[in-house]
Design a protein around this ligand. Structure first.
Ligand code: CA2
Length: 148
C-alpha cells in the first residue's frame, strides 16, 4: 500500500514569501507545497498538504490523520512554543512526526527555543528553509519503510 503523509502548517505560514523575506525567504507556501509534492512523487509517497491559522483546526486534522496517514510533517509555527494541546494531540495519535522549521529556532529569540512539539516528535529539522520539508518527508519515508 502507498504511504501517505500529512504535511501540516500552522499560523501565519500562509504569509510565507509575502512578508519578512529576510527571516523566512521569498518562497511562498504554494512553492513549498510543490516541493513536497515533487518529493512525494519521487519517493512514491502521497502528500496531503494543509495550513490553518487555528489551533483547534490543526488539532482536528492531527486526530483525523490516524488511520489515514502514516506520519505527519509538522511546522506548527508559533504554536510550537506554546501549545500543550498540539503536543497532547500528537501523543494521542501515536503517529511519527517530523517537526520542521524554516528558520533555526535556536539561533533566534529565547522564547523560540522551547518546542512542545519536539517533546513528542520523532525528530526535528530547523534552519534549512523550505528544503527542511523535503528532508522531513524523506526522513519519515525511510523511518516507515524500515519499520515495515
Ligand atoms: O521557522 C519556522 O518555520 C517557524 O515555525 C515560523 C513561525 C515562528 O513563529 C516559529 O518560531 C518558527 C512563524 C511563521 C510565520 O511565518 C511568516 C512568514 C512570512 C511573514 C510573516 C510570518
Amino acid at each position: 500500500m502507498t504511504i501517505s503523509l500529512l504535511v501540516l502548517n500552522g499560523p501565519n505560514l500562509n504569509l510565507l514569501g509575502t512578508r519578512q523575506p529576510q527571516v523566512y525567504g521569498s518562497t511562498t507556501l504554494q512553492d513549498v507545497e510543490a516541493l513536497c509534492r515533487a518529493a512525494g512523487d519521487r519517493l512514491g509517497v502521497g502528500i496531503d498538504f494543509r495550513q490553518s491559522n487555528h489551533e483547534g483546526t490543526l488539532i482536528d486534522w492531527i486526530h483525523e490523520a490516524k488511520g489515514k496517514h502514516a506520519g505527519i510533517v509538522l511546522n506548527a509555527g508559533a504554536l510550537t512554543h506554546t501549545s500543550i494541546a498540539i503536543m497532547d494531540a500528537i501523543a494521542s495519535v501515536e503517529l511519527p512526526v517530523a517537526e520542521v522549521h524554516l528558520s533555526n529556532i535556536h539561533r533566534r529569540e529565547e522564547f523560540r527555543h522551547l518546542s512542545y512539539v519536539s517533546k513528542v516528535a520523532l525528530g526535528m529539522i530547523a534552519g534549512f528553509g523550505p528544503q527542511g520539508y523535503v528532508l522531513g518527508i524523506e526522513a519519515l519515508a525511510s523511518h516507515l519503510r524500515a519499520a515495515g
